[in-house]
Design a protein around this ligand. Structure first.
Ligand code: PLP
Length: 399
């Protein structure tokens, strides 16, 4: 007899990003020299001082349960950090610790969505958004953004709103597109939603990974009348190269936060106590934390500035310059036809013929695209480009 999996879990699709990662691991096991461009995590070590703080927490016996919203020092440190870094007024009561940005988003979505609600999700989207929404019984409604180069506009949101819309999920800087919604547009989008009593969940997990002239922007700085419709999902994972530590948070109006905490108190309870301790202390050492971020950002920028022009030299490849995160979103539609029907076929070809592993865009709602992560060394990127160039050849030079 088949296992009687629950309807809410059966409705969810498996993660396409994990599929690509598994394909890379399989080839590696077979002894192939694989260049893995699927990785959604920094290739840098966690800053040493944060590791030391976790050890300090252990020695101080910060090893027991904390409140489900997080330790007092943790929620207060987030509040202070947003005040000092952005001039934002965030009450500790609006903060709830979570086991990573993913749980923060899941908690926030579950705390607001009901079956029958509609949740707007701009394309291309992070793979987990539609699945989380589907789990709640609400309906994901997708917004096409290609017309505006994958940067969500207020007009697109306005056109997509219906009487059933309860929530909009925005992710800027975006995984997978690397695009960044400009601050003015973000404000307009949230204004339009607030006017219609629609809530907004902004995934700010790549907050600091923005390349000039685009700007770092958090919705935490918005005025109270807008903030009362907004939940921010934050994470330490990408920002401080701490993906395995599983720590993130939400910043939301008090009632939304209470619902999030109630849910969390019956599931994970809270993220690891000494991890909260380390993060709280690291937030107090803002300069040191920001220096660590800036170093990583400079290296991502160096890779991006090299990679994108090189990709654009390859026949059949088109790639816009991403303003944020650490992904190149490659348009391979010129290659589609007889040999390759879908972008997945291009990804398979790269995997089998060049051992370059990419993630197919279809899983992000963008058939015809591949996501290439540059959270890997410049040497790896150079080898990948060389191998891809050998397969597809360079574009003819224009006269
Ligand atoms: N949001 C986006 C857009 C992501 O890409 C990820 C991770 O890949 C997350 C949220 C969640 O990250 P974490 O749960 O590690 O904080």
């Amino acid at each position: 007899m088949d296992f009687p999996v629950s309807e809410s879990v059966a409705r969810m699709k498996s993660s396409s990003t994990f599929k690509a990662m598994n394909a890379a691991a399989n080839l590696r096991e077979q002894g192939f020299d694989v260049i893995d461009l699927t990785v959604g995590e920094p290739d840098f070590p966690t800053p040493e001082f944060i590791k030391d703080l976790a050890i300090e927490g252990l020695h101080k016996e910060v090893t027991k349960y904390t409140p489900p919203a997080g330790m007092k020092s943790f929620v207060e440190s987030i509040s202070h950090f947003y005040a000092e870094q952005f001039g934002a007024t965030v009450s500790p009561k609006e903060v709830a610790a979570a086991c990573g940005g993913k749980q923060a988003i899941f908690n926030a979505a579950c705390a607001i969505l009901n079956p029958g609600d509609e949740c707007l999700i701009p394309k291309p989207y992070w793979v987990s958004f539609p699945e989380m929404v589907t789990f709640t019984g609400a309906t994901p409604v997708f917004i096409e953004t290609e017309e505006t180069d994958f940067i969500l506009s207020a007009e697109q949101v306005e056109n997509a709103l219906t009487d059933k819309t309860k929530l909009l999920i925005i992710n800027s800087p975006s995984n997978p597109s690397g695009r960044v919604v400009p601050p003015d547009e973000m404000r307009k989008i949230i204004e339009i939603c607030a006017e219609r009593n629609v809530y907004v969940l902004t995934d700010e997990c790549y907050l600091f990974f923005v390349y000039s002239p685009a700007e770092v922007f958090t919705s935490a700085v918005l005025p109270e009348n807008l903030r009362s419709f907004v939940c921010i999902a934050g994470s330490f994972s990408k920002t401080y190269a701490m993906t395995g530590w599983r720590i993130g948070y939400t910043i939301a109006p008090e009632d939304w936060t209470k619902a999030i905490v109630k849910l969390q108190s019956h599931s994970a309870t809270h993220p690891t106590s000494f991890v909260q301790y380390a993060c709280a202390r690291a937030m107090e050492r803002r300069e040191e934390s920001m220096n660590a971020v800036q170093k990583m950002l400079a290296e991502y920028k160096r890779r991006r500035d090299w990679l994108i022009p090189e990709l654009n030299k390859i026949s059949g490849f088109k790639c816009a310059m991403p303003e944020g995160a650490f992904y190149a979103f490659l348009d391979v539609r010129d290659l589609l036809g007889e040999k390759f029907k879908f972008s997945e076929d291009v990804a398979d070809f790269l995997l089998n013929e060049a051992q370059v592993v990419t993630t197919d865009g279809a899983g992000f709602g963008a058939e015809g695209f591949l996501r290439l992560s540059y959270a890997t060394s410049l040497e790896n990127l150079q080898t990948a480009v060389e191998r891809m160039n050998n397969l597809f050849k360079s574009k003819p030079r224009s006269a």
